[in-house]
Design a binder for this molecule. Structure first.
Ligand SMILES: O=P(O)(O)O[C@H]1O[C@H](CO)[C@@H](O)[C@H]1O
Ligand SMILES: O=c1cc[nH]c(=O)[nH]1
Length: 234
C-alpha cells in the first residue's frame, strides 16, 4: 500500500498501461483483459489487473497533468516494481495532416517544464520513448484502421492555453500533438531504468477546432489500447 494506491504488493503487474481518465482504465480493463480485478480506487483513481493473451497487465489511471502522473508512476515503479509503462491518452492535433482519431506515437515529448525540473535544473533534458516499444507499436499500428504518426509531441501544463504564439511555434517545429503527461513519464522512466511510451489518439484538433465528446474519449479508443498491449509483449 502507498498513500495513493491500496493494492497489495503482488497485485500490480510489471506492465502498466496508464490512461489519464480512470473510467478509460475501467473500460479498457473490462474490454481487453481476462478476469480484470479492481486493485485501486483511492481518490477514485481506478486500477485493474488482469491477463492479456497469457500476460499479466495492470491498467491504472494517471489523472490529468504531470504532477498527478508523477505520483502514480513513482509509486508504481518504486513500490510495486512496474518496469514497462505505456500511456494511452487523448491528444490535440497540431498539424493539418493529423486527423481526429489518428494514432500518434510520441517519439519525444517537449515541454516548458516537468516535475523533474527540480532534479534536472539547468539540464535541458530530452525525454524520449523506449525505442523497442516504439518500433513494436509502429508495427502493431500498421494492422489497425486509423492512420498512425510518429514524432515529437508537446506535454503542456495547461489545457486552456492563453499563449497562441506557443502553439504556433510547436506547429512550426513539426510537433504532432499536445497532451499533458508524456514528458514526465519519459523522464521518470529514464531515471529508473524503465521502458516507456505514449500511444495517443487524437480527440481534438487545434487548427480546425474539432472535438470529440467525453464519452468517445472514455471508451472508443480501442486501437490505441491494442497497440499498447501488442507493443508491450512483442
Ligand atoms: O485523455 P487523457 O489520457 O487524460 O489525456 C489528455 O486529456 C486530458 C485533458 O483533457 C489530459 O490528461 C491530456 O493529456
Ligand atoms: O491536452 C490535451 C488533450 C487533448 N486535447 C487537447 O487539446 N489537449
Amino acid at each position: 500500500m502507498t498513500p495513493h494506491i491500496r493494492a497489495g504488493r503482488g497485485q500490480i503487474a510489471e506492465t502498466v498501461l496508464m490512461p489519464g481518465d480512470p473510467l478509460r482504465a475501467k473500460w479498457a480493463a473490462e474490454t481487453f483483459l481476462d478476469s480484470p480485478e479492481l486493485v485501486n480506487d483511492v481518490r477514485g483513481m481506478l486500477g485493474f489487473t488482469g491477463m492479456w493473451r497469457g500476460n499479466r497487465v495492470t491498467i491504472h489511471g494517471s489523472g490529468m497533468g504531470m504532477p498527478s502522473l508523477s505520483i502514480y508512476a513513482n509509486e508504481l515503479i518504486t513500490k510495486y516494481g512496474a518496469r514497462t509503462l505505456i500511456r494511452i491518452g487523448s491528444a490535440g492535433a497540431m498539424q493539418p495532416y493529423v486527423k481526429i482519431r489518428d494514432v500518434v506515437l510520441a517519439q519525444t515529448a517537449s515541454s516548458l517544464s516537468t516535475p523533474s525540473r527540480g532534479i534536472l535544473r539547468d539540464i535541458n533534458f530530452a525525454p524520449c520513448a523506449d525505442f523497442g516499444l516504439l518500433m513494436a507499436a509502429y508495427a502493431a499500428a500498421q494492422t489497425k484502421a486509423n492512420d498512425v504518426h510518429v514524432g515529437g509531441i508537446y506535454s503542456s501544463d495547461v489545457f486552456y492555453d492563453e499563449r497562441p504564439d506557443l502553439n504556433e511555434q510547436m506547429t512550426r517545429h513539426g510537433i504532432l500533438a499536445v497532451e499533458m503527461e508524456a514528458a514526465e513519464l519519459y523522464s521518470l522512466a529514464a531515471r529508473h531504468g524503465c521502458r516507456a511510451l505514449a500511444v495517443l489518439t487524437v480527440s481534438d484538433h487545434l487548427l480546425t477546432q474539432e472535438a470529440l465528446p467525453a464519452s468517445d474519449r472514455q471508451s472508443s479508443f480501442g486501437d490505441m489500447v491494442e497497440i499498447a498491449l501488442e507493443a508491450a509483449f512483442a
